[in-house]
Ligand binder design. Sequence first.
Ligand SMILES: Cc1ncc(COP(=O)(O)O)c(C=O)c1O
Length: 400
Amino acid sequence: MLKDYFTTSPTISAQAARSAETGPYPPELNAVLSPEVTARAQQAIRGWPGYAATPLRSLDRLAADLGLGAVLYKDESSRFGLGSFKALGGAYAVLHLLAGKLAEELGRDVSLEDIREGRYAEQAKAVTVCTATDGNHGRSVAWGARLAGCRCRIYIHKEVSEGRKQAMEDLGAEVVRVDGDYDYSVHFCAEEAAANGWFVVSDTSYEGYSDMPQQVMAGYSLMAAEILDACDTPPTHVFVQAGVGGMAAAVCAQMWMKLGERRPRFVIVEPEHAACLLASAKAGGPRTVEVTEETIMAGLSCGEVSLLAWEVLARGVSDYLSISDAAVAPAMRMMAEGAAGGGQIEAGECSVSGVVALIAVCEDPELRARIGLDENSCVLLLGSEGATDPEIYRSLIEAA
Ligand SMILES: Cc1ncc(COP(=O)(O)O)c(C=O)c1O
């Protein structure tokens, strides 16, 4: 089957290995994500109108081709109608921020539900939230701001597609395009917010800024909770793609808290032109890489690690891999045509990074053995987005 889609086999561009910690969730990591913070977020989001757990699909044909026990794919393409898992993070953080701010201002308890139901609409109007984004996080923040009734300003870099910009404007956000890359847009947004008294709701944490990214990750943790709810036995491996590392850290922390030493082995996948976690793993501490070429996996094009996420990843992840763009579109077509199993799956550019890396690892006997993949393995992949830019999605599949 694979030969029908890939003219040349996918390969790993670079790799790094570290020894991850065994044993229970380290208590020090509660400062990053704790059972209380994640449970609060999960409970709140499960109560939102339109909430439904996203499907966990079995890519049985891919598993058979690769000689693995099972390959599971968490399909986030339908999440709250926003097309990606990001709907869980930014929107939750906006509601959390507003509830906290108004409670402080009014001197009384304000719940997330009060905010979501518009009970403080007048006060909310005076608040502006902002963020930098390559698309999906901004869409979530814009959606959260609309739910909360506050203003929203989004900063995008020069490569973000018009389709993604429009999707955020459709949610009522004012979108500003800056002349630089993603990391430049993050800094630009932080400066404008400081100058204007706006509130940054970023998905990445940097020196002195961690509250919002913590809440964003708490929202993401729901994805991992749903996965564990849907599995009879937990996966043995998780191949998880990373931009700044927030999603990977949230999934890793949630599974670590719930499963302790039975947690799966974590493998991080990044685009070769934005492999900041791989560089950090090699250096033994957070490192920035300069993004000189944009990958088609737009959501993963980040050169700076989220410091909060790194704290979890540094202790919980054993393998770091990077891939090129070459096999992304063929993998998207394979999923769209249902050839991997699990039905026809709308898997966006970022979503197939785990699929590509898994195929590449399985076809490299040395790497396969090192990562411990065999016929008993159950590998979890995170289908983090659907066709978040339908035009790009269509053109990639047609050209593959
Ligand atoms: C679809 C998609 N997948 C994965 C990621 C990576 O998430 P993180 O930046 O938290 O590592 C992103 C980030 O924007 C994304 O949009």
